[in-house]
Design a protein around this ligand. Structure first.
Ligand SMILES: Nc1nc2c(ncn2[C@@H]2O[C@H](COP(=O)(O)OP(=O)(O)O)[C@@H](O)[C@H]2O)c(=O)[nH]1
Ligand SMILES: [Mg+2]
Length: 437
């Protein structure tokens, strides 16, 4: 296989730029440019040790560090050399250019991790965990990504596969000796039913997992002047949206994200709902309703002192996934008996409201394994469907079908770790990585 090279750090000025090379020729190519007093030949290079030396490409000199990881004890399983040069786009590109001129090939997106996968260093879902770690924007996302990358999720899937494989072998045996194996077959179907429950829980966990990954979208809707923009500003901690006592101040959607207890929340402040002759405001109100429809949670805000507009409240409830009734301005009107009581002005009750948003969406997803990747959810859904069909076939005494369904279920699970994943799936996953990873 070719020796590949790429810049692994982001472009732009920074303290350090890392140029990475992987493949059989890595060390040989590196030592054409790198010199240091203790290295006279490739044998002198101690794996895993950073060495300070000089990189010289014939015209430009750079004082930098080099580190060597000897195959198979490296990220890719191949020989890896990294140059840690002074940060700066031109310098790193210059170093990379020298390596390419000496025979290395430019690495494609995710090619290092792809090689690691083919070398058996990590499973496909662990590789996806690496990508998820890189793109994580919240603590909760990081936690789930780490669970993927570190193989905890993989272990869970493997455990399910092991159980199903045991069920499968019992069922295969019972095909030949149906009478003698009747009890064993019953027992193993009970085991299959347990696996089914675990799969159902996993599929269910994707609802929360998806929100953890993309953030919870929260639309703040309600009549004009009830304090929606004030609530947005209070949640953000700065004055983002214009607040005034003039009705119809907000006419467009104002979106910003916050973190609450490590979970990302995407807030959308919207135009207040009212009858209006103003064309632009009217468009704004339509957008408010569309935002309510698209949101994971709607905060329907009203004044604590006002009367609930039953018709509007019913409309909002009908078009939204989840709605929380929020009574604002309790600093003036005092708390009410209905919904949540807050004051956007003083901040009272706002944290409790944020907790409620988490409770009704991600709940306590920390307790169990959570699906966060659409691809994994799809595999588990297919595995579950096949297993359900297998269990049904068993009750119809159709053992042949049971075997086919069980095998399909196991195959669908194996796709998660990459065992039965097609080339297309694998290519698709790595193409979404950055170059140099
Ligand atoms: N006393 C008090 N006034 C508030 C509170 N929230 C908003 N306001 C005031 O209500 C008016 C309308 O607020 P705004 O956030 O623009 O409402 P929106 O039209 O729903 O976005 C402004 O004068 C705010 O200062 C609150 O909790 N207490
Ligand atoms: Mg407003």
């Amino acid at each position: 296989m070719d020796t590949i090279a790429a810049i692994s750090t982001p472009t732009g000025a920074g303290a350090i730029g890392i140029v990475r090379m992987s493949g059989e020729q890595a060390l040989c190519i590196a030592l054409r440019f790198f010199t240091c007093s203790t290295i006279k030949s490739p044998e002198d290079v101690v794996p895993g040790m950073l060495k300070l030396g000089t990189f010289f490409d014939g015209s430009v000199r750079e004082k930098c560090m080099m580190v060597y990881f000897r195959a198979p004890k490296s990220y890719t399983g191949e020989d890896i050399v990294e140059f840690h040069v002074h940060g700066g786009t031109y310098l790193a590109e210059r170093v990379l250019g020298a390596l390419l001129a000496a025979g290395a090939k430019l690495a494609g997106p995710g090619e290092f991790t792809r090689r690691a996968f083919f070398a058996g260093k990590l499973s496909l879902d662990e590789a996806e965990g690496v990508r998820a770690m890189i793109s994580a924007e919240s603590e909760a996302e990081l936690r789930e990504a780490y669970s993927l990358m570190s193989g905890r999720f993989d272990q869970k899937i493997n455990a399910l596969m092991t159980k199903l494989t045991e069920v499968l072998s019992t069922m295969e045996a019972s095909l030949d000796y149906p009478e003698e194996m009747a009890d064993e077959a019953d027992d193993s179907m009970e085991k299959a039913a347990e696996v089914r429950e675990e799969m159902r829980a996993l599929v269910e966990s994707f609802k929360a997992g998806k929100l953890i990954k993309g953030g919870i979208t929260v639309a703040i809707v309600g009549k004009t002047n009830v304090g929606k923009s004030s609530l947005l500003n209070r949640l953000l901690g700065y004055s983002r949206a214009i607040v005034s006592d003039i009705h119809g101040t907000t006419r467009d959607i104002v979106g910003e994200s916050i973190l609450h207890k490590g979970v990302k929340i995407n807030l959308q402040d919207t135009a207040g709902l009212r009858e209006t002759g103003d064309v632009v405001e009217h468009i704004g109100i339509e957008r408010s309703l569309a935002a309510a429809k698209g949101a994971d949670v709607v905060l329907y805000v009203m004044e604590a002192g006002g009367n609930l507009d039953e018709e509007e409240w019913a409309n909002i409830r009908a078009c939204s996934k989840k709605v929380i009734l929020v009574n604002n301005k309790i600093d003036i009107y005092g708390a009410t008996e209905r919904g949540f009581n807050i004051s956007a002005k003083t901040g009272e009750g706002v944290d409790v409201l944020l907790d409620e948003i988490l409770r009704v969406t991600v709940g306590d997803s920390r307790a169990a394994e959570t699906l966060t990747e659409e691809r994994h959810a799809d595999c588990v859904r297919r595995a579950l469907r096949s297993l359900e069909e297998g269990i049904a076939a068993f009750h119809e005494a159709n053992t042949e079908c049971v075997l086919v369904d069980l095998r399909e279920s196991i195959d669908a699970l194996a796709e998660i770790g990459g065992g039965t994943a097609t080339e297309r799936i694998i290519n698709d996953i790595f193409s979404r990585f950055c170059v140099g990873k």
